[in-house]
Design a protein around this ligand. Structure first.
Ligand code: OOB
Length: 534
């Protein structure tokens, strides 16, 4: 420990415990306490599976035993690429109980992203579904395991073929190891400010703070949560999401996708009270409410975050969905801000709220790292009890993204209102936010440059009414490629499809800044100019 990731300074950790932000408990213990208190209450509903707290707790223990018997050791990393299935919940808690570290990977990630993450994490096992969304995860695992020598077991939820079935891993009770609350609970993927994929190491105390703080905003045992976004993402998982639900005695309902066709009947059937969405999906739900026959009147709260929510969308959603709205701004690295449920409309519709914890430090700084004047826009830097101090095994990226005294430089631009509410005004980092999915421009450009006909490439965001942003790529090419050809190239290379360009532009050369980097601002301005017809 300490070599792979940056721990909190001891005095800071002691302060967080003294101030009551950290409780010295693991997430597994917190869930178990809840299971003991409400053994017969429904914990998870997923497809045909309905598990009470006692049943889920027992299955997690048995699966922990099975994983240990397979050879999964404390502190091993295990890549988990599962969609919203009951196995997601069981595998997550079982690994935590073994003391291993789940490395959560989005189901949409493909060979390239997985390889990069696995090279960092060196997982000893990889957990996948059989097929999902028309994609066979077993054949991808076969290819990956040839390159990633550390993976000794591929564990499959569903039809395993030659791999190990999850189903066969529920073993009888055996003693499980003690797990320290200041050890790693899991790694989540960073939306990133620079370069390639990065892992965010979150300890139990750090991560348990999050659902706790958010749940304090009014979630209780009678609540029913719909997991409509992929649970591998921090937002539906822990803000307060699935973990908040299962540590407060509520019920979590798994939706295979966020489409109204899947989600609305579940809301009606299970009397769902709250859910977590990205802005593009909120727009879709608001529209669908007009024609969809399901009764979604049980919804009390929709949380929206991951990308900027336009005030018009927010207004339409509160009217159209007939429920409360909470704006959430957050990041895998930690900090979260949110509007409160009882705040006036203008704050809920136009701000991203405030951090939940008095120990959250939020600074808005100029390019020299000096605090901007009150009310001015600056880059948001942050530090606090649930914000990490560095990435997992990535000292160079950590040094770039964190200040020497441990503040995370978010790369986001924000303004603070006198009330303390933050308004996100844009970003400095070269990331495209496509409906909440984050695409690092440099990473995509690297993949494009692997094409023999492409000699230079620049990826930039282009404004889009539905997704907020889409991907536009400027290419310098010997031989012009069609959009379809470029996308097929990326697909064959094993790049996640949400990163594929939506639009191509050809240029003779790319504009460069004084220090020879791609001048993306010029390209963005060129797109804005062509959109307005000038
Ligand atoms: C969430 O986490 P990530 O790690 O996928 O992405 C973080 C980045 C932020 O730095 C910001 O650029 C953008 O996503 N973002 C927003 C936003 N929420 C996130 N930009 C504008 N408005 C918002 N409300 O996306 C995430 C994690 C936890 C909770 C919510 C979102």
């Amino acid at each position: 420990m300490g070599h792979d990731w940056t721990p909190y300074p001891q005095s800071t950790a002691a302060d967080y415990r003294r101030q009551g932000h950290w409780h010295g408990k693991t997430l597994g213990e917190r869930f178990r306490e809840c299971a003991r208190r409400y053994p017969d209450d429904p914990a998870v509903v997923a497809g045909d599976a309905r598990l009470t707290y006692a049943e889920l707790d027992n299955r997690c223990d048995r699966l922990a035993n099975g994983l240990a018997a397979l050879g999964v050791q404390p502190r091993d990393r295990v890549a988990v690429q599962l969609p919203n299935l009951v196995e997601f919940v069981e595998v997550l808690f079982a690994l935590m109980r073994v003391g291993a570290t789940p490395v959560l990977v989005m189901p949409s990630y493909r060979r390239q992203e997985l390889r990069a993450l696995m090279e960092i994490a060196e997982p000893t096992a990889y957990v996948i579904p059989d097929c999902y969304g028309g994609f066979d995860f077993r054949s991808q695992a076969r290819e990956l395991c040839e390159d990633i020598g550390t993976v000794r077991h591929v564990v499959v939820a569903g039809e395993p073929e030659e791999f190990t079935p999850v189903e066969g891993l529920y073993h009888g009770p055996e003693p499980l190891p003690d797990v320290d609350a200041d050890d790693l609970a899991l790694c989540v993927m960073s939306g990133g400010t620079t370069g390639g994929p990065k892992l965010v190491p979150r300890t139990h105390e750090n991560y348990a703070y999050l659902p706790n703080a958010c749940a304090a905003a009014g979630l209780d045992r009678s609540d029913v949560y719909l997991a409509a976004l992929p649970l591998a993402h921090n937002f539906p998982l822990a803000c307060p999401g699935l973990l908040g639900t299962l540590t407060s005695g509520g019920t979590a309902v798994m939706s295979p996708t966020s489409s109204p066709d899947d989600a609305f009947p579940l809301i009606e059937g299970e009397r769902v009270t709250w859910t977590t969405l990205v802005p593009s999906v909120v727009d879709f739900w608001t529209e669908a409410r007009q024609w969809h026959r399901s009764d979604v009147s049980s919804l009390r709260l929709v949380q929206v975050g991951g990308a900027l929510l336009r005030p018009e969308s927010a207004r339409r959603a509160t009217q159209g969905l007939g429920c409360g709205l909470q704006q959430v701004y957050g990041m895998a690295e930690g900090l979260l801000t949110m509007t409160a449920l009882d705040e006036p409309d203008d704050l809920v519709l136009t701000t991203q709220g405030r951090p939940p914890c008095p120990a959250d430090e939020v600074r808005l700084v100029d390019p020299d790292g000096v605090d901007v004047e009150a009310g001015a826009v600056g880059e948001l830097w942050t530090r606090g009890p649930y914000t990490v101090r560095g990435y997992f095994r990535a000292p160079r990226d950590s040094a770039e993204s964190f200040t020497p005294d441990g503040l995370y430089r978010t790369g986001d631009l924000a303004r603070r209102l006198p009330s303390g509410h933050l308004v996100i005004k844009g970003r400095l980092k070269d990331v495209i936010n496509r409906g909440g999915d984050k695409i690092a421009c440099e990473e995509l450009e690297g993949h494009l440059l692997a094409h023999p006909a492409i000699s230079a490439a620049a990826a930039v965001p282009v404004a889009d009414p539905g997704l907020g942003e889409r991907v536009c790529v400027f290419l310098v090419c010997e031989q012009r490629q069609s959009l379809r050809e470029v996308r097929a190239f990326l697909q064959a290379r094993g790049v996640a499809s949400f990163k594929f360009p939506d639009r191509l532009e050809y240029v003779d050369r790319l504009p460069l800044t004084k220090i020879g980097k791609i001048d993306r601002k010029v390209l963005v301005a060129r797109l804005a100019g062509s959109a307005s017809g000038s």
